[in-house]
Design a binder for this molecule. Sequence first.
Ligand SMILES: C[S@@+](CC[C@H](N)C(=O)[O-])C[C@H]1O[C@@H](n2cnc3c(N)ncnc32)[C@H](O)[C@@H]1O
Length: 213
Amino acid sequence: MKKLVSIVHVLFILGVTGPREGHSQSIETELDARVMDFLQSQRQNWRDWNVSYDDGRLLYDIIIKNGYTRALEIGTSTGHSSIWIAWALSKTGGRLITLEINADRHARAVENFRLAGLSDYIDAQLGDAHQIVKRLPGPFDFVFSDADKAWYKQYFIDLYPKLQPGGCFTAHNVRNAYGGIKDFLDYIREQSDMQTTIDKTSRSGISISYKKQ
Ligand SMILES: C[S@@+](CC[C@H](N)C(=O)[O-])C[C@H]1O[C@@H](n2cnc3c(N)ncnc32)[C@H](O)[C@@H]1O
C-alpha cells in the first residue's frame, strides 16, 4: 500500500506540480506529499455536502492555469474544496479567504487545513457570508460560490466590482438550473464582459465565468 502511495505521489507531482520560483524543491515536495496523503486518506470520508475529488481537482487546475493568487470561497463546510484551492495557491503564491456560517463545520475545516499542512494559505472566517462578502474589500481573481443557492445571484452582484479583469467566478451545483441557480445563471450570462461555460465533466455542474480583460 505504501509503495502504491509513493507511485501515486510521483505521478501526481510530475503531472501537476512544478517548483515555484524562489521556493526550494524539497519544501514544495514535502507540502505536496502531505496534501496528497491527506486527500487520499480522506477521499471516501467527506460527508458534509463537500465537492467530489474531481470537482476539487477542476478548481485546482483553473487556479494553476491562470496563476490566480487572490481567492474567495463562499461555503467552506469541512474544507474539501478549500484544500484543493489552497494547494493550488501554495504554488501561485496566493491566499484563500473561505467563509462558513456553521461553527462545527468551520472548526472541523480548520483542523483539516492543519492536517493537510495548508493553514498558512487559508484565512477561514466564521460568519454569515451575506454580510461578510459585502464587507470584504477584494480585489479577487478567483471566486468559488458553494453556499446557499438562493443567494448565488446576490453574491455575484456584490463581488462583480471586486473581481479583477481576467478573473474567474465559479459556482457549484448548477447542473439543475432552477430557482436561485437559474436566476444566477440568467443574470451572469447577461453581463457582456463575463464569458460563462458549464463544465460538463462535473456531475454537480460547475459554472465557470471569466471576466474579460
Ligand atoms: C455545499 S457546502 C460547501 C462544501 C465545501 N465547499 C466543500 O466542498 O467542502 C455549503 C456550506 O455553506 C454554508 N453556508 C450556507 N449559507 C451560508 C452563509 N450565508 N454564510 C456562510 N456559509 C453558509 C453551509 O453551512 C455549508 O456548510
